[in-house]
Design a protein around this ligand. Structure first.
Ligand code: ADP
Ligand code: ADP
Length: 230
């Protein structure tokens, strides 16, 4: 029933910053989740644990009911299963053309050119960037780059997509498109988690919200419940 379960995660960066101070949460498979918190609350640090880039210094993490293991093979699988769309697409995109960019992951995973091609074309279609196929990523608009970075992750067929502040720096029209895109991705069966400091976005978009503050989950619930005055 739960795809990700974190129990009392603690993480301190080498400079002594305590980013997670016992964060616990359970994410239901297929859910549309918002992780709501201000800058520095620990959202990105939590996400980097979900895809295995960071290893908990204390606490437990389970994926699909199984405790996460940190050997090379398990980590490769986890990074395929849990795709992260970073806040700034420029840190994610490095290939010459849009098509090359999105095919990198599937080819790197060892898929045949033919299978990779199918995944890439599908991911481009799902994100509405088919017509950008041969364009150099370098010259795309910010909104287009954002879509390419989402297609990048989608082409890996992840079970969970995590997006760090996906609508920040976008104008309202493009922000709405991205919100809709993540809703569609969720409706096709992928668990979607977005981080945001935007209460209205969390309320309108998510079916379940976790509130993180100073490295701990301090509230959770359905949008109607969590913002109800009591
Ligand atoms: P109970 O505490 O009675 O089991 P819930 O099933 O609502 O009540 O909550 C249990 C856990 O399920 C919560 O801690 C939360 O992690 C998760 N959860 C509940 N509803 C949702 C949802 N719509 N989407 C994702 N996760 C949910
Ligand atoms: P959020 O994503 O909610 O803004 P972060 O997880 O990025 O929060 O940061 C949590 C805390 O950890 C903040 O105090 C932040 O300054 C600090 N932090 C994040 N990354 C690093 C790092 N690489 N080195 C030291 N401190 C960091």
């Amino acid at each position: 029933e739960y795809i990700i379960e974190a129990e009392e995660l603690e993480f301190t960066y080498p400079d002594g910053t305590r980013a997670l101070k016992g964060a616990s949460l359970r994410i239901r498979r297929g859910a549309k989740i918002a992780l709501l918190g201000s800058n520095g609350a620990g959202k990105s640090t939590l996400f980097l644990h979900f895809n295995g880039i960071l290893k908990p210094q204390k606490g437990k993490l389970r994926f699909n009911g199984v405790e996460v293991r940190y050997d090379k093979k398990s980590l490769l699988q986890l990074r395929k299963d849990v795709g992260v769309v970073f806040q700034d697409p420029d840190t994610q995109l490095f290939s010459a053309s849009v098509y090359q960019e999105i095919s990198f992951g599937p080819l790197n995973m060892g898929l045949s050119r033919e299978t990779a091609r199918e995944k890439v074309l599908q991911a481009m279609e799902d994100t509405g960037i088919s017509e950008l196929k041969d364009k150099p990523t370098h010259f795309l608009s910010y909104g287009q780059k954002k879509r390419v970075s989402i297609a990048d992750v989608l082409a890996m067929d992840p079970k969970v997509i995590i997006a760090d502040e996906p609508t920040v720096w976008l104008d309202p029209k493009h922000a709405k498109q991205i919100e809709r895109l993540f809703r569609d991705i969720n409706e096709k069966g992928t668990t979607v988690i977005i981080s945001t400091h935007d209460v209205d976005l969390a309320y309108a978009w998510a079916d379940y919200i976790f509130v993180i503050h100073e490295g701990k989950i301090i509230g959770e619930g359905n949008p109607e419940d969590i913002f109800a005055d009591d």
